[in-house]
Design a protein around this ligand. Structure first.
Ligand code: BDP
Length: 608
């Protein structure tokens, strides 16, 4: 396996060196960096922090909006003791397309900004002098990038990004970069599938290594007591009186994986494992065979100054707010989040719908003018390049995401796209089939799969919802349509639509519903954009949800206000947050808290 995905951990046999800090940085307006030999070192005095997006550091608009190639550089010294080891350079997230050079040699090219890639650098590393890492990034969008968009050239020659999605196109080395030093014989990957058996559990495991040396697995409980062991690359671990991982009541066993030779430990790796099952029966989602009702949000990785950059303090605050408000879940809209967030979710017992960065696969999201003339534009999935290059990139991204996240208990489902065009062209169907089938092949647990469906994807029109194990709906009746006084009509439409979904017989959950709300604006009677309109809007939706048996989850849009491209329907970003961008509550937060604290986890669920 070329791309080692296991999260880098320091163990008896492994070391990890974090390269976070100030890196040299340069914009490359004319894409002349290679000609000017930037790959050997960039001639720039500018420095920026890594990890972070670069956009919000600078005071000049042309830097904030910069589109094109840009470069990063740092250096490190190698320890002679590494000579007998594998030295890998791991990028946790480089948005969006990265070319990596070590000591002037190109060592990697990676497409996609939200998933990690690992490069073995044994052949290029120097032990007698400083090693230089240079990264060329590009943040232009196209119909083949995930997410999708386009980049245009303005009359002044500068490029501008036109995302087909509603979040700022933050880019850069947005997540950590680390050196990972592992033994030559090492553990490359692990698959785990759990089965419940009365009070006990069985975990079918498979450990992938690059050696024939013996593999051992030991399982420790939270008191660090050994509870089970096994020998061999494949096997079954039985745990008695298993403490299950449950929503908001997590229990994590520590699985230790060892390679041993002549009674010596050659490699050691750990995973924190929550034992639980996920399944679907009729219109319920079951965790450990018990029905669950999902409460939570669609979120973003978005914070002031860091942009989309990895921000552990904000992540911590977000989890505290999620617990405070009574949430038990969220969707990683609209891209896989930083791995550390899944670790926290595992520990806190949050259920995650893990979403791919496949957003913007719809013509009418380009802009209002395009939308008005949408009839003249080829449906997205009719484009030849989409069926070839985009699909290839999408499948690669899917593979990276499932391999990265498959062992997290918190991941209970996959969202393979957000608001794609599922009515404009029949060619969407084979594209979706390829994704849905591949997802099941890759995921040892075969978790439920779905995509977040836009309003046009109605039960009687959508060509692709038959592939979904459960239905995810993004709906804005009462905001983009039937706003203000007409919301009553919007709620009738919502009710009527749900009558149809009820008949499909699958679980239905709302992955988006919400309205832009300016903190501090309250009006009597309410007006759109006021805090009390947001409260009335949610109350209206919830009354309808409560009427429909198939609705098994509610995730308002959005957890917090977030930054977008500027435009006439956005005021310094999207204001649909229940919290502000600084994570302070709007009025609706208190209303949701009251509702969610009173909704039992098995709300509407019937026990077998
Ligand atoms: C949905 C998108 C989401 C947007 C939201 C909105 O999935 O990314 O931010 O609408 O308009 O279409 O607020």
């Amino acid at each position: 396996m070329a791309n080692k995905m296991l999260y880098p951990r320091q163990t008896l046999t492994r070391s990890v060196i974090d390269l976070s800090g100030m890196w040299k940085f340069a914009f490359d307006y004319e894409s002349k960096g290679n000609e000017l030999n930037y790959q050997n070192g960039i001639p720039s005095k500018i420095e920026v922090p890594v990890p972070a997006s670069f956009a919000d550091f600078f005071t000049e608009k042309e830097f904030k909006e910069y589109t094109g190639d840009f470069w990063y550089e740092t250096s490190f010294y190698a320890d002679k003791s590494w000579k007998s080891k594998d030295i890998d350079l791991r990028f946790f997230g480089a948005a969006h397309v990265a070319t990596v050079y070590v000591n002037g040699k190109e060592v990697a090219y990676h497409h996609g900004g939200f998933l990690p890639f690992t490069i073995n650098i044994n052949d290029v590393i120097k032990y007698d002098e400083k090693n230089i890492i240079v990264v060329k990034l590009n943040n232009e969008l196209s119909h083949t990038t995930l997410p999708c968009g386009e980049s245009l050239v303005m009359k002044n020659g500068k490029k501008v990004t036109k995302p087909y999605f509603d979040f700022f196109n933050y880019s850069g080395l947005i997540r950590p970069v680390k050196l990972v030093i592992t033994p030559k014989s090492s553990i490359l990957d692990v698959n785990l599938v759990h089965e419940l058996n009365g009070k006990n559990s069985k975990t079918n495991y498979e450990v992938f290594t690059n050696t024939n040396d013996d593999v051992y697995v030991n399982v420790f409980d939270e008191d660090e007591k050994l509870v089970a062991s096994s020998k061999g690359k494949k096997g079954v671990i039985e745990i008695e009186n298993t403490k299950l991982w449950k929503p908001l009541n997590a229990y994590l066993y520590k699985f230790e994986f060892l390679i041993e030779k002549n009674n010596e430990i050659v490699d050691q790796y750990f995973l924190n494992v929550g034992i639980r099952t996920v399944s679907i029966k009729g219109n319920r989602i079951l965790i450990n065979n018990e029905p669950v009702y999902l409460k939570g949000f669609g979120k973003h990785e978005d914070s002031p100054v860091s942009g989309r950059g990895y921000n552990l303090p904000f992540a911590k605050r977000d989890f505290e707010l999620l617990k405070w408000i009574g949430a038990n879940s969220f969707r990683t809209s609209h891209y896989p989040y930083s791995e550390e967030i899944y670790d926290i979710a595992d520990k806190e017992g949050f259920m995650l719908i893990d979403e791919l960065p496949a957003v913007g696969m719809l013509v009418s999201t380009r802009n209002a003018v395009d939308a008005a003339t949408a009839a003249k534009i080829k449906p997205f999935f009719d484009e030849e390049i989409v069926q070839t290059v985009t699909l290839k990139n999408h499948l690669n991204t899917l593979e990276e995401c499932v391999i990265r996240d498959k062992n997290h208990a918190c991941v209970i489902a996959w969202s393979l796209l957000n608001e794609p065009d599922t009515v404009g062209s029949k060619k969407a169907v084979p594209y979706f089939e390829a994704l849905f089938n591949r997802c099941n092949e890759l995921d040892p647990e075969k978790r439920p799969r779905s995509f977040a469906a836009i309003i046009a994807s109605q039960p009687d029109r959508c060509l692709c919802t038959h592939l979904c194990d459960f239905i995810m709906l993004n709906r804005y009746y009462g905001w983009y349509t039937e706003g203000g006084y007409e919301i009553e009509d919007g709620l009738v439409r919502l009710d009527e639509e749900l009558d149809k979904w009820d008949k499909v017989g699958k679980p239905v959950m709302f992955t988006e519903y919400g309205c832009d709300t300016m903190q501090g604006v309250t009006r009597l009677p309410s007006v759109m954009w006021s805090e009390n309109y947001q409260v009335e809007y949610f109350d209206g939706y919830h009354k309808i949800f409560d009427k429909h048996e198939s609705v098994m989850g509610e995730q308002p849009w959005n957890f917090a206000d977030f930054q977008t491209t500027e435009g006439i329907i956005r005021c310094d970003g999207n204001k649909k947050g229940v919290f502000t961008r600084d994570r302070e509550p709007k009025m609706a937060a208190f209303v949701l808290k009251r509702r969610w604290e009173n909704l039992p986890i098995n709300y509407k669920g019937k026990k077998d």
